[in-house]
Ligand binder design. Structure first.
Ligand code: SF4
Length: 341
């Protein structure tokens, strides 16, 4: 990666102060860890992780609701990672119910088409996956199908992080996949340096260099280092699909309080497909004492190796918190690539 080496060299010459940059994307963390990017950066440049793993930020109350559905006899279909995420009483995997791993919402609909039983898809993800789910519901799946919407929106969480000022954040590496769908206009409201970045080592390094330059020049722009996939407007058709079916709502994130307008709930016209309404589910606020510091990792104020359980009690085979379960979780990624800082 000759280009990468050049960027690293330029970064070393450019960074002349302590700079802390946050990304909000598990795929970025995986790229950073896989390519050992932290180890080649100048010492004064720090990359911290934000709430970029949709499985990890799903709060225990929503996991408990999914477990309740399995216990009540529904077929629960979801992505592989989610079935091992602990709620307050256990996981979907340990629920003893009929829990099926599917590749996506269309596979869950196929299950519903072949049975009279109720099938609920646990619909987790950021703006990246919500349009596909919306398109599926617009195609009118059978009445025994519904979704538990656990979707989250990235900009409201960024707004919360900036308002909170809990950790030093000099700029954001924006999530490329989310921006493919949503574009980056919405991020222009934030008065901090931001750069949309792709997922190759060179993409990430270029994004970091553009951020560092903004910090040094005192600018706070939204720049695009991923123009081959992302435009300012994004995929307008996908956005319309998403908002035809969903509307924004106030929701809790794991590690965060309720963040205004940061979730997606089904509009009234689609209430029949809303598992929360169909089964009268109430999300309970869970505060369970634990040595797991996923909440702090997700807010970017701690890193996995700060956790006393990391790699000892908590491993990918014996995960204690969601960040060790999901392939987009910081703890699992650090454990996989033996990264420690
Ligand atoms: Fe939680 Fe395990 Fe990560 Fe510690 S290492 S923060 S227990 S997931």
């Amino acid at each position: 990666m000759a280009v990468g080496k050049e960027i690293v060299e330029t970064l070393r010459q450019t960074v002349d102060r302590d700079i802390s940059l946050m990304h909000i994307c598990g795929t970025h963390e995986a790229a950073i860890a896989r390519h050992g990017i932290r180890s080649v950066l100048p010492e004064r440049l720090k990359i911290v992780m934000g709430p970029g793993c949709p499985v990890c930020i799903t709060p225990q109350g929503e996991i408990d609701a999914a477990v309740e559905l399995a216990e009540r006899g529904c077929i629960v279909a979801t992505y592989g990672d989610l079935i091992r995420v602990p709620g307050s009483k256990g996981t979907l995997e340990s629920s003893g119910g009929d829990v099926r791993i599917v590749q996506g919402v269309h596979k869950a609909v196929e299950i519903a088409e072949q049975t009279d039983r109720e099938v609920v898809f646990i619909s987790v993800g950021f703006e990246t996956t919500a349009p596909t789910v919306a398109a599926t519901l617009l195609a009118k799946p059978p009445e025994n199908f519904s979704i538990l919407s656990c979707h989250r929106l990235v900009p409201p969480a960024m707004k919360w992080l900036l308002a909170q000022g809990e950790g030093k954040i000099d700029g954001f590496l924006l999530p490329g996949h989310v921006c493919v769908v949503m574009g980056y206009q919405e991020y222009e409201q934030f008065p901090v340096p931001q750069v949309v970045a792709g997922f190759e080592a060179e993409d990430v390094l270029l994004g970091l260099l553009m951020l560092v330059r903004q910090v040094k020049e005192g600018r706070a722009d939204v720049e695009n280092a991923y123009p081959r996939a992302v435009s300012r407007e994004g995929n307008v058709k996908a956005q319309h699909l998403m908002y035809e079916v969903f509307e924004a709502c106030d929701v809790e994130w794991r590690g965060f309080p309720v963040i205004p307008q940061s979730g997606l709930t089904l509009r009234e016209e689609f209430a029949g497909y809303d598992a929360q309404r169909k089964f009268d589910l109430v999300y309970k606020k869970v505060t369970k004492p634990s040595a797991c510091i996923c909440d702090r990792v997700l807010r970017g104020v701690a890193q996995p190796s700060d956790c006393a359980l990391f790699g000892k009690v908590c491993t990918p085979r014996t995960p204690v918190g969601p960040c060790m379960v999901s392939h987009e979780g910081a703890c699992k990624i650090w454990q996989t690539y033996h990264q420690r800082h």
